[in-house]
Design a protein around this ligand. Structure first.
Ligand code: NAP
Length: 495
């Protein structure tokens, strides 16, 4: 139920409010574009790097693409007729965001090289400090700081002794030539699978160190023809039709069913993955090594048309023995074998519990968000934390993550946030944040629902917290959309 507020304007009610947006990735740019469109022109985007793009700036590994179809992984208000493929490569996505920042005139509002290190609610406003000593004050903070942005480095004994090149998948060293080299890849997540498929041809030998096998969903990636692109340009509604269809399929056939481990749709997805393995991998021993011992979609589902082909090439090798240590010339596995390498790629994922951290965020009671989150990050509806008024997160903790478009998620969240902002702008209050009661209720319900999801069905993944409980939105995407349509103001503290 939604409460309508008919407020008496607060003493300080003003419509000219200043917004501090942190991060110039997909969701920070979105915030700027939408604020500008809404006539809220007083904002600055603070970006730690020297270029916009977030994930797509940082991840440049060979083979990088988004496994969400491009016509869905675009802003809903800015379809792109020029996507080259159904799943376009990362460089095109980066170029798309750069073009959007220019097209909507928000590129000039980005302060590059400004890492926000501290963010404190003082005297009713947010004061930020950046690493280079600048400060700014604003009424609202929109933390668009990303989810998967702090690389997780494995604690492998001897890693520092390796004499070849070693780097994380999200810190690709393009100065290292790979042609004709012996390359090792640690990890079998989405990043590693794309890297292996792209590298197997140019390198001399490719060794994949697998700790856990992954289910792979076959997924073709056709290119759009010139005629199709011309059609998209002439008839943008054709792109919207694709978007609507993909959105429907993702929502009904995927996002909505992940939260019910008993769903027959998940059984069908599992069967498709099993068939892909059976039909694609000829050698029975390799096939068994590649067969996961948990249900498909328990870990994030991997889409690939070519991984099984790549790993069966004569120059590819799958290693399932645990890594004992790294030595000067390669990786020694627990069976005593040394796998000699020139380059070692750590496709070992991200520290997913960081969110806005390491930025220090101090709320109105003087409490640090880091302390408030000492048992793990949380946010009411993934957006607001009690006692941190006028501080809103995009793609924050407990939100929907998984195989669907985080752009869609951010657009829904931003529209919701702007409704909360309106409470302050209209003078209904000066400060808005989730109430403690709403937060506690949300968290209790979330935890109950989490145990019924497929992510809790018996595998390890980055979806789980320290207690092994999934942290992601545990209800359907339809419910998320519904929740995001209008804030329930009774769940907020309006001061
Ligand atoms: P990830 O899914 O977290 O995978 C990390 C891999 O490294 C896992 O296979 C893990 O093994 C392995 N690993 C970690 N530490 C290890 C150690 N000490 N020894 C051996 N193996 C170790 O990371 P990611 O592949 O970078 O993907 C993260 C997320 O990014 C994805 O789930 C997805 O949401 C997103 N992503 C999306 C796309 C896309 O196309 N849209 C592409 C890439 C990434 P275990 O499984 O045993 O833990």
């Amino acid at each position: 139920m939604t409460t309508e507020l008919h407020p008496t304007p607060s003493r300080s009610g003003r419509s000219d409010r200043r917004f501090l947006i942190i991060g110039a990735g997909m969701s920070g740019l979105l915030s700027a574009i939408k604020l500008k469109e809404a006539g809220q022109g007083d904002f600055t985007i603070y970006e730690k790097a020297d270029r916009l793009g977030g994930t797509w700036r940082e991840n440049t590994y060979p083979g990088i693409a988004c496994d969400v179809p491009s016509h869905f992984y675009s802003y809903s208000f800015a379809p792109n007729p020029d996507w080259s493929h159904r799943f376009s490569p990362g460089s095109e996505i980066q170029a798309y965001f750069e073009a959007m920042a220019r097209r909507y005139g928000v590129d000039s509002r980005i302060q590059f090289g400004k890492e926000v290190t501290r963010c404190a609610f003082e005297n009713g406003r947010w004061r930020i400090e950046t690493a280079d000593g600048s400060t700014d004050v604003g009424d609202f903070v929109i933390a668009a700081t990303g989810v998967l942005h702090h690389p997780a480095y494995p604690k492998l004994e001897g890693l520092g002794c390796f004499e070849g090149a070693v780097f994380h998948s999200a810190r690709w060293n393009h100065g290292v030539s790979l042609a004709g080299k012996r390359v090792g890849v640690v990890g079998t997540g989405s990043s590693a699978i794309q890297i292996v498929s792209a590298l197997v041809d140019p390198v001399a030998e490719l060794t994949l160190f697998q700790r856990t096998a992954q289910w792979i969903m076959p997924s073709a990636n056709p290119a759009y023809s010139q005629e199709e692109k011309a059609e998209f340009r002439q008839h943008p509604e054709a792109m919207q039709a694709i978007r609507a269809e993909v959105s429907r399929a993702f929502t009904q056939g995927f996002a909505n069913v992940l939260v019910d481990a008993e769903s027959p749709v998940l059984q069908a997805i599992h069967a498709a993955c099993v068939a892909n393995l059976e039909n694609s991998v000829k050698d029975p021993e390799l096939r068994e090594q590649l067969r996961p011992n948990y249900r498909a979609t328990c870990k994030r589902l991997i889409m690939s048309a070519d991984f099984y082909d790549a790993i069966q090439r004569p120059n590819a090798k799958l290693v399932t023995q645990a890594i004992e240590r790294v030595e000067k010339s390669g990786v020694r596995t627990r069976d005593g074998r040394l796998h000699e390498l020139d380059v070692l790629v750590l496709a070992t994922g991200f520290r997913v519990d960081r969110f806005v951290r390491p930025m220090q965020v101090i709320g109105r009671s003087g409490a640090a968000l880091d302390d408030v989150w000492k048992h793990g990050p949380f946010a009411y509806l993934a957006i607001s934390v009690p006692d941190f008024p006028n501080f809103f997160m995009l793609n924050g903790p407990n939100g929907p993550v998984g195989n669907f478009s985080l752009i869609d998620v951010a657009e829904l969240q931003l529209a919701y946030i702007l409704q909360l902002v309106e409470q302050v702008r209209s003078g209904a209050c000066d400060e808005v944040c989730a109430s403690r009661e709403a937060m506690e209720r949300f968290d209790a319900e979330r935890k109950r629902a989490a145990s019924r999801t497929i992510w809790a069905s018996g595998c390890k993944s980055w979806y789980l917290d320290d207690q092994g409980l999934p942290t992601a939105w545990p209800w359907t995407f339809d419910r998320f959309r519904e929740e995001m349509s209008t804030p329930r103001l009774e769940d907020y503290e309006l001061r």
